[in-house]
Design a protein around this ligand. Sequence first.
Ligand SMILES: [Zn+2]
Length: 487
Amino acid sequence: MIKIIFLSLLILSETLMAQDIEFANNIYFKYQNYKEPTLTSRRFRQSDILPLIDRLREKNIFSVNKVGESSRKRPIFLISAGNGKTKIFLWSQMHGDESTATGAIFDIFNFLSRDDEFNGFRNDLLSKVTIYFMPMVNPDGAEVFQRRNDFEIDINRDAISLQSPESRVLKDTFDSLKADFGFNLHDQSILYSAGHTFKNAALSFLAPAENFEKTISETRSDAIKLIGKMNNILSSLIPGHIAKYKDDFEPRAFGDNFQKWGTSTILIESGGWKDDPEKQYIRKLNFVALVSAFNCISNQSYKSEPLETYDNIPFNEEDLMNLIIRNVSFKKNGFNYKADIGITRTEFNTNSCKDFYYKSSVEDIGDLSTFFGYEDFNFDGMEIQIGKTFPQKFNSVPEIEKLNFKKLYDEGYTNLLIDSSVFKEKFISLPINLKYKDDEIGDSNMKIGDVPNFIIKKNGQVRYIIINGFLIESENIPTKFKNGLLL
Ligand SMILES: [Zn+2]
């Protein structure tokens, strides 16, 4: 008898799991219907979302309330939908340059207010749960696309001191809601891998600890189970691309304290995806993960998920680089040797903050067989040289645009000299770097931290060029190339 009950429960839980995955697949394939079309990249300001928030006031399923202001007097909103007993609270972008989930929240607003085949789901959901959204907790940081707020304080280390107005708004809202579930939405480095693999961590989770002992209280256990469910659901879409953070207790962070204060809190970090610099695919995954989580909370299917599912999610590891070229030959001091070169790219804001440029650096040289590149090439049999600076000075960019880049590369040049009075930018949209003066000391060393500018030859012929860490084929030189630098 007990065996039969156990088996029926098992079958029931597997059926629920299959339904949850089917639901996630449905919204994944229909996502385009809900994607907010005015948000097209990661770089948007509060002025871009204010009209969208205004639009929500006209839809009767939402209640829109201004609950506070940033230090620069930008409003902070709490938007809710539903009238169910279980409360879910989501807040995004307390780090101003971590906007991926904010985009997904506006997609969710579109999903919740649409009239289509998901009406049954919506009605059921919103009768069982009430969902509270606080998108863009740090609008001043978002304005200049920086992590910290206008006081240069990291809001996520201000949960106890509460010195920032944004931190107080978040804490007061938390206190007034006493939500059952909390979603703390962030972005992480795109260079995390899911375990020691070549697979990038597209989404990473954490059920933050609530003390240094990492006790698994009932509150935290529910967060752990729900993450297990989200992991299973997402694994059907992006197998191997989900990771988790280490659960060291951070006494100053919001997530850790909210867990301690009784809300089952889940951290979601948006990572990277190949060829998706604006993280729009990761935004879609956020949409699926969050709506699926609402579904699992509302049908309570998370309750049957074993804690081991969470334990088995691999940790974030730092095994990825943007570009690795392997087995290239060097000549140095009469030695010939082979090594791999690992290159990473850092994003810098341009003056407009809506745009950015990359500056790359040589991250490592040697045996990089334990690392993986988003772009990863075996250049066995090829020789590498550091790019030289062409000795003649140019007086304008149009003059440079007319040059034969292939010829310059064949002669070993990756940099040109230009008059500082005619070029004021930090980067140039040409496949070559600019310099104000030739300060090279011979063709010298390749050093860790250098900007990677190389000529790569096979049998004496140039095959590849690396400009600011971006690889160019000599037979396919791009006309549009954003990544030339002022060195
Ligand atoms: Zn963050």
